[in-house]
Design a binder for this molecule. Structure first.
Ligand code: CP
Ligand code: NVA
Length: 330
């Protein structure tokens, strides 16, 4: 079934009904099939989209860029230091200017209020490419990947293990509540999600036959799950907290012992980038300072048959394309 999402913003999944989310996943699936078949899209022909990035990005930036070009739009990357946003010009004024030139705006950055202000003042669809609080386009890719591998979402037993109060945990909790999943946030008490958001998620869950459990017990949270998900222990902008996070989260590392608690066909997902080896500069620094070769996930799990992280990364592009086509396309 098609839904009319034209002109809508995509700031958090709270603003979308389960059917609308389903529709975006179906559209992503369809656009993915067309791309594989070599059919070129024209849904965004003649459109200009601004891609604002206060924080670095590989997947999100590339996904928006490729998706825009695939559908005939022109993407304009506006990186940190390229524009005045919030420094020499208010977010509201910047939004008004961009809204007069561009047909849509993506924003990745720190404050969630910034993406809200862009939406309020620009007059064009605004897409959240990650804020400190939410990362909703990632959830679409995660759910598409689970659907591809498991065939369904409703009733999926899903454990998010790690930093329970970051943008990924927040967004997955809302998404799972919408889609009728059995969601467990597994983290130390110090990193439990904010109580107000948990309450909100539980309300949404009650409407959709979903379940939300917040626990610090790996045994309770992971037992028999269909999906184990983790994210970095230290998110962008929190780099001064490595020491404390390592202490808190070491028992929550996704390793083979943890995976054995899950269903034997369980999937492993991670939004990436991941610290699972010493192949990065930061990874080597962590090793020198704290003696850790792996952090939130071991290399063994990351490269195991359970891991679908690169399908998930690819699906960022197809799902972001669906969001742009649905809100801005012909
Ligand atoms: N998963 C994700 O958002 O990746 P990037 O930070 O590379 O965009
Ligand atoms: N929680 C991570 C997600 C990266 C995609 C961060 O904000 O850095």
């Amino acid at each position: 079934m098609a839904f009319n999402l034209k002109g809508r913003n995509f700031l958090t999944l709270k603003d979308f009904t389960p059917k609308e989310i389903q529709y975006l996943l179906d559209l992503a699936d369809e656009l993915k099939r067309q791309k594989y078949a070599g059919i070129r899209g024209r849904n965004l022909e003649g459109k200009n989209v601004a891609l604002i990035f206060e924080k670095p990005s590989t997947r999100t930036r590339c996904a928006f860029t490729v998706a825009a070009v695939d559908e005939g739009a022109h993407p304009e990357y506006l990186g940190k230091g390229d524009i005045q946003l919030g420094k020499k010009e208010s977010v509201a004024d910047t939004a008004k200017v961009l809204g007069r030139m561009f047909d849509g705006i993506e924003f990745r950055g720190f404050k969630h209020e910034t993406v809200e202000a862009l939406a309020e003042y620009s007059g064009v669809p605004v897409w959240n490419g990650l804020t400190d609080e939410f990362h909703p386009t990632q959830i679409l890719a995660d759910f598409l990947t689970i659907r591809e591998h498991k065939g369904y979402l409703k009733g999926i037993k899903f454990a998010y293990v790690g930093d329970g109060r970051n943008n990924m945990a927040n967004s997955l909790m809302i998404g799972a509540a919408k889609m009728g999943m059995d969601m467990r946030i597994v983290s130390p008490k110090e990193l439990f999600p904010e109580a107000g958001l948990v309450e909100e998620a539980k309300k949404i869950a009650a409407e959709n036959n979903a379940k939300i459990t917040i626990t610090d017990s790996v045994e309770e949270g992971v037992k028999g799950v269909d999906v184990i998900y983790t994210d970095v222990w230290v998110s962008m902008g929190e780099e001064d907290q490595f020491e404390e996070r390592i202490k808190l989260l070491k028992p929550y590392q996704v390793n083979m012992d943890m995976l054995k608690l899950a269903d034997e066909e369980a999937l492993f997902l991670h939004c990436l980038p991941a610290f699972h080896d010493l192949e990065t500069q930061v990874g080597r620094e962590i090793y020198e300072k704290y003696g850790l070769k792996e952090m939130e996930v071991t290399e063994e799990v990351f490269s195991s048959k359970h891991s679908v992280v690169f399908d998930e990364a690819e699906n960022r592009m197809h799902t972001i394309k669906a969001v742009m086509v649905a809100t801005l396309g012909k």
